[in-house]
Design a protein around this ligand. Structure first.
Ligand SMILES: [Zn+2]
Length: 271
């Protein structure tokens, strides 16, 4: 599933091609995504210019002067830029064709993604309104987590994955940051000291920034790419490594279910 670094990398990758560019035409081959694409989207988007691209959590906002396209990549979606007309393959549901001849193509095999149009303030849209703080901002701190954990019995990993508290730290990066900060994923959030929460926040920011940086080196994949751009699995230390040896102590990594999500951890390094 695309997580925050993949979404940020996607945003940066497409920005250079479509910022300040005007949409000539929208071609929709499949309207049924997680929510239906508005039926009149062609009329809505014709001749709109992309003034600004923004990310909020895992949403990509393409802002025009009279409204905003809200895109979510869902479980399996990706966006890429084509520089010449290319016959669509299966699951390539949508093209935005720009006056500069660039084509923004949205692919989503599982169709859990979204492509919506909103007039007015996009941050007031029901999908965005209740999102928590951005993990790469100053507002996200150990102190903030401490205040959110107060009086709750929630496990620290479940707290991190609550989008209303901090948005965009998904399963992969929550597991990786807990490993990096030596915190057992199921530990009650409220029992962690401010020192440990500070360390955790530092690790989350570092790991997200490193992933975004690595994504930057694959930006070329956003042009005429056949594959899925921007997945950084080679650097993961626990996620997807159940049964393999811990890279720090050598003990076999274990797996548990937390909030119905699979979590891999080291029973020896994480307390
Ligand atoms: Zn270990």
């Amino acid at each position: 599933m695309p997580e925050l670094p993949e979404v940020e990398t996607t945003l940066r990758g497409i920005s250079a091609h479509i910022k300040q560019q005007t949409i000539a035409k929208a071609i929709i081959r499949q309207y049924q995504l997680r929510w239906p694409i508005p039926a009149n989207i062609q009329q809505l988007l014709a001749n709109k210019s992309i003034a600004k691209l923004e990310r909020r959590g895992k949403y990509i906002l393409l802002r025009t002067n009279s409204g905003t396209i809200i895109i979510h990549l869902g479980m399996s979606g990706n966006l890429r830029i084509l520089t010449k007309p290319t016959p669509p393959k299966r699951h390539e549901h949508l093209d935005l064709i720009f006056h500069n001849n660039k084509i923004l193509r949205f692919t989503d095999p599982r169709r859990f993604g979204a492509f919506l149009w909103v007039e007015g303030d996009p941050y007031e849209h029901p999908l965005l309104r209740n999102l928590g703080v951005e993990p790469l901002t100053k507002e996200f701190s150990g102190q903030y987590l401490l205040s959110q954990a107060k009086g709750r019995t929630i496990a620290i990993k479940t707290l991190l994955m609550n989008n209303a508290i901090v948005t965009g730290v998904g399963n992969i990066y929550a597991a990786e940051a807990l490993f990096a900060s030596c915190i057992y994923p199921a530990v009650p959030a409220k029992s962690l000291s401010i020192e440990r929460l500070d360390k955790l926040v530092k690790c989350i920011k570092l790991i997200l920034r490193q992933a975004i940086k690595r994504g930057g080196t694959t930006l070329k994949d956003f042009v005429n790419s056949e594959g899925k751009p921007g997945y950084f699995s080679s650097q993961l230390k626990v996620y997807g490594r159940n049964g393999s040896p811990c890279m720090v102590c050598g003990k076999t990594l274990e797996r548990m279910l937390l909030g119905q999500r699979s979590t891999v951890y080291c029973g020896s390094c994480q307390r």
